[in-house]
Design a protein. Structure first.
Length: 668
């Protein structure tokens, strides 16, 4: 596709098109004078013409014919707004399926039609469903902050809970998602149920069009039927007369403008009018109003819904009616916001058969411990298999078991009458007594790790304590600041920055993503909480590069040892020229406390550090390496101290908790 204006692509996008790493593209640019010149951006974040890049890649044998989709995406992204791009992608799907246009669809801009026709031709060669899903996923990845999605593992878990509680009946079976987004939950339901009727509603018409096409592709050749309409399920529900066997939903969170005044007398509020701040409880009651007798709803909700005082009367009403059957606390990282332990609420309407009209208890499940551990011992996200096995295999099957049944680990069945007090707090962790045997094993393992840390600390102490102050006759090496080293070409300094809107993502990382590290991350434990998907404007450090924090309260410098990481504002990357400077020596000199005092711009701990003023001693390279090894040992000593302190604080908490509950004995 050609146009008067070149379609801009970044180095990261070129790497995706060619199917190589970004470092390879940077090498091509340095080694080949024929590599296209940048047409936009900056020297640090260049942009190139897609047509020129494609011609160069083909001429140099670096473009496989299978990369057609990667060549297609930048042209879609260049259409303009996310709405225009979404409309074009939906139209590609519709034309490949040869279906009728959706009523009320916004007109597509003229400049998009040539691209749509090209995408349809490519899709019919490479697979219509695969082409549409590729374009949709790239669109979702680009706009992850504006378009919420339910990760596929979580969608499967939610649908799995629903199918466990309400199995597929012989009669026609209906699954509804009243806030379906791009259709992730309904996609899982299409796989879990035999010949379901899938019903979705989405506020954004363009997203609704994408969901409709996606589900149509997914269910092609099956007996499932799909209907997706756009609308506001709370204020103008297009399915007001519908009842479903199952409702699965991730409703919008913390919406104050959900219709509190306009819907004050709505008949759906059987359990009370939700407060303005309790939009989630409006969605809970909406889903109940759309369930058939004996139907099940599974909702993903923020944890505050289980405990906020403003919602206690509605929670009490749900408990008294026996419709709220279970609350499952998930580990952090399951969905946005990733730092929070979200809850699954399982609701079921009574029927005239096996289910009681009023439940006597509620099942509370604390599944927050089902996480994977990174190399540093910290949580690295949910362990989906363990989480699914626990919830679906151990906890939820006890929902209708006799009261005498022994609950699964980390779960409890609480009598409804015990929860009808002033708080009606349904947070699982506040009602579950930890398993003694598991706690005992965990405590023993913590003590064993603590002893290992102490042994390593002692070994490092022996090495570092042997260092002595030098005599007065040692060589007086010169000192230079970092700015002088940069001008001499010994070090290349690049300062981190905030990438463009939409480049920093909070969802599931893509295949070419790198973690995005910020100063707040460092102040809260050091683990990046977001990532950057192929954004060429990001400053990335790799193993062996030096990172400097340019804020007094978090001032530090270290040699990066892990996988690539993108740096945010006030973080600086130093690329050391091999054979001229030792990286560990450089980092050790830079992080000296005297450096932060000299280079800090103000006395406040929140002030910035002028990193170019940081001083570095200039001994010969051989001495640098010797000193650098000691600096490396000091860094190891610091890490051991931090990990030992964290583990020690955990041990103190566990010991105090077990003693206070009478689960530990001081007797021999």
């Amino acid at each position: 596709m050609s146009s008067s204006q070149p379609v801009p692509v970044s180095l990261a996008e070129i790497a995706r098109i060619a199917g190589v790493g970004r470092a390879a593209v940077s090498n091509w640019r340095r080694r080949h004078d024929s590599f296209p010149q940048r047409v936009a951006g900056t020297d640090a974040s260049p942009l190139f013409s897609l047509d020129a890049v494609e011609q160069w890649l083909r001429a140099n044998g670096k473009l496989r014919e299978t990369r057609g989709l990667e060549l297609l995406w930048p042209r879609f992204e260049a259409l303009g707004s996310r709405y225009t791009t979404a409309l074009a992608i939906a139209e590609v799907g519709r034309r490949m399926r040869r279906s009728r246009p959706r009523p009320g669809t916004e007109p597509i801009p003229p400049q998009a039609w040539q691209l749509i026709r090209e995408a349809v031709r490519l899709g019919r060669r490479e697979g219509p469903a695969e082409t549409f899903e590729f374009l949709l996923r790239r669109w979702l990845d680009t706009h992850v902050r504006q378009i919420s999605t339910t990760p596929p593992q979580l969608a499967d878990l939610m649908v799995g809970i629903a199918s466990l509680v309400t199995p597929n009946a012989d009669r026609p079976f209906t699954v509804l998602d009243p806030a379906c987004g791009a259709g992730h939950l309904l996609m899982s339901a299409a796989t879990a149920y035999a010949s379901p009727t899938l019903i979705g509603c989405e506020l954004d018409p363009t997203v609704a069009a994408l969901a409709a096409e996606r589900l149509a592709f997914h269910t092609e050749g099956t007996h499932a039927s799909v209907t997706v309409r756009d609308g506001n399920s709370l204020s103008s529900d297009p399915y007001a007369n519908l009842t479903a066997d199952v409702v699965v939903c991730t409703p919008p969170y913390n919406e104050r403008d959900w219709g509190y005044e306009e819907l004050a007398t709505d008949p759906r509020w059987v359990y009370g009018l939700p407060q303005r701040s309790e939009s989630e409880l409006a969605w809970v009651q909406h889903t109940l109003a759309r369930l058939r007798p004996g139907g099940t709803a599974v909702l993903l909700l923020p944890p505050g819904v289980a405990s906020r005082r403003s919602g206690r009367r509605i929670r009490q009403g749900l408990l008294r009616a026996g419709v709220l059957r279970a609350v499952v606390a998930l580990p952090p990282g399951c969905a946005q916001p990733h730092s929070v332990s979200l809850h699954l609420w399982v609701l079921r309407t009574p029927d005239d058969g096996s289910h009681r009209a009023t439940a006597e208890d509620i099942l509370l499940v604390d599944a927050t411990s089902h996480t994977d551990r990174g190399a540093d011992g910290r949580d690295a996200g949910p362990n989906w298999q363990a989480l699914s096995d626990h919830v679906l295999g151990s906890a939820l099957p006890l929902l209708d078991a006799p009261p005498s049944s022994r609950p699964a680990a980390s779960s409890v069945r609480v009598p409804v009458v015990d929860l009808l007090g002033d708080e009606a707090d349904l947070t699982p962790g506040r009602h579950i007594t930890p398993d003694r045997a598991a706690r005992g094993k965990q405590l023993a393992a913590s003590w064993e790790k603590f002893a290992s840390f102490l042994s390593e600390l002692n070994d490092t102490r022996d090495t570092l304590s042997s260092l002595k102050l030098a005599s007065d006759d040692v060589p007086q090496w010169p000192t230079r600041n970092l700015g002088e080293l940069c001008r001499a070409g010994t070090v290349v300094l690049r300062s981190g920055q905030q990438p463009p809107d939409g480049a920093v993502l909070d969802g599931e990382p893509g295949g070419d993503s790198v973690p995005f590290l910020t100063v707040p991350d460092l102040l809260q434990g050091g683990t990046p909480r977001a990532w950057v998907a192929g954004d060429a404007s990001a400053v990335v450090v790799r193993k062996g590069d030096v990172v400097v924090v340019g804020v007094v309260r978090a001032f530090s410098a270290w040699v990066h040892q892990g996988p690539p990481v993108a740096l945010g504002p006030q973080l600086h990357a130093l690329y050391v020229t091999p054979g001229m400077l030792d990286a560990h020596f450089l980092a050790g000199c830079l992080r000296a406390p005297s450096n932060s005092r000299q280079a800090g711009t103000h006395t406040s701990t929140s002030s910035r550090v002028d990193v170019r003023r940081l001083l570095v001693l200039q001994p010969p390279l051989e001495d640098q390496r010797r000193y650098g090894e000691v600096f490396r040992q000091i860094s190891t000593f610091e890490q051991l101290l931090t990990r030992t302190g964290e583990l020690g604080r955990g041990l103190i908490g566990d010991l105090s908790e077990q003693l206070a509950s009478g689960h530990l004995s001081s007797r021999g």
